[in-house]
Design a binder for this molecule. Structure first.
Ligand code: GDD
Length: 349
């Protein structure tokens, strides 16, 4: 049919026509983690049907998830098991997939590099293949959780205005390397099969749902316990590394916005500010009235990593202008929110 013959004819709605406010089927891996919790909350409030991929036999996190979000359908599956992902996709029939599942602790990835590669790297390929093999390349939008750890923070690779979508990658851990594979295979499926695949390159995002193994929550939890007389010392690794820290709830909204955009793309989500671990420690102690914080902090050699990312600073201009993404919580607000939460938690025990 020529272009002339099409003139004046209304295009028929295609099955792929997207309405951001219509309820959707959404499949989420990593739903028991920090970002999964924020995302589940947002999707349920919007009226979406949420399916959570949970791995392992009798995973205690499954019960906690079902208690917190009774409306969620739990599907047992594992990013390292392709057939379980095909089954999950068939059950959920998803309009959107958020691949948040990963070995996400950088220090742990040095001790378990092969597992990290299998889950955080090859797991992305397994999930994309599950979408392709079930014939959903035109139907399902896919979010890949990429990370600022892919940049590596080295001197020669550090732009003054912060890393953006065009910056060079130089990962410094098995985690960062695995995530870089995930990032590129996701882009490859977008280019090869025309899939709607978007990658969010997220800088550190924290909050009261954060696990105690990550430095911010370890600090706010320790500070709360020290101020209540429940703990004497806070054991930490290096205090000089700098990170670009934001609030996880704001960043999860950015992920959702990426999948509602009219075309797939990659976006940096960051605060555009960088602070050292020491800045975070000092401000957290100050909130409970302790100025002589050094008396309560000791170095734990076990927390030192074989290679460190010195400094991360992101430039979120593209997400701000294209997606109208905005942050509601700043650095000081984040620390206060976390300290207040941990004071309440520890006082109620
Ligand atoms: N975890 C931890 N525990 N980190 C410590 C400690 C400690 O006791 N003491 C100092 N640090 C330093 C780490 O060496 C690192 O430089 C910094 O604190 C932040 O560590 P984490 O909170 O573990 O986060 P991360 O920056 O390594 O990785 C997080 O952010 C990435 C995005 O940039 C994770 O959430 C990754 O999954 C995410 O991709």
């Amino acid at each position: 049919m020529s272009a002339g013959m099409l003139a004046g004819i209304e295009a028929a709605p295609t099955p792929n026509e997207w309405n951001p406010v219509a309820p959707k089927n959404v499949l989420v891996s990593g739903i028991t983690g920090q970002d999964g919790g924020h995302l589940a909350e947002q999707l349920i409030a919007q009226g979406d049907r949420v399916f959570g991929l949970v791995r392992g036999q009798h995973n205690p996190r499954k019960q906690l998830l079902e208690l917190e979000f009774p409306g969620i359908t739990v599907i047992e599956g594992d990013l390292t098991d392709p057939s379980s992902l095909i089954r999950a996709v068939e059950i959920a029939d998803p309009d959107e997939i958020y691949n948040l599942g990963a070995v996400s602790h950088v220090g742990y990835s040095f001790k378990n590099p092969t597992l990290t590669e299998e889950v955080s790297g090859k797991g992305v390929l397994n999930f994309l293949e599950a979408v392709r093999l079930t014939g959903r390349t035109d139907k399902t939008r896919f979010y890949q959780a990429s990370t600022s750890e892919m940049f590596g923070g080295l001197d020669y690779n550090r732009p003054g205005a912060g890393y953006d979508e065009e910056s060079l990658f130089h990962p410094r851990s098995p985690y960062g390397v695995a995530k870089l594979y995930g990032h590129w295979i996701a882009r490859n499926y977008r280019e090869s099969y025309g899939m709607f695949v978007s990658c969010g390159i997220l800088f550190n995002h924290e909050g009261e749902r954060r696990g105690l193994e990550f430095v911010t929550r370890k600090i706010t939890h320790g500070v709360a316990r020290i101020s209540l007389g429940l703990q004497d010392k806070l054991l930490l690794g290096d205090l000089w590394p700098k990170r670009d820290w934001g609030y996880a709830g704001d960043y999860v909204d950015g992920m959702w916005k990426m999948l509602q955009h009219h075309e797939p793309d990659d976006f940096v989500l960051a605060s555009g500010q960088t602070h050292s671990v020491e800045d975070f420690v000092r401000q957290a102690f100050a909130l409970v009235g302790i100025e002589n914080w050094r008396d309560f902090v000791e170095q734990d050699p076990a927390m030192i990593r074989p290679a460190e990312v010195d400094i991360l600073l992101g430039n979120p201009s593209k997400a701000e202008s294209t997606l109208q993404w905005e942050r509601k919580v700043n650095f000081e607000g984040l620390i206060k929110r976390m300290v207040d939460h941990d004071l309440a938690l520890e006082s109620s025990k």
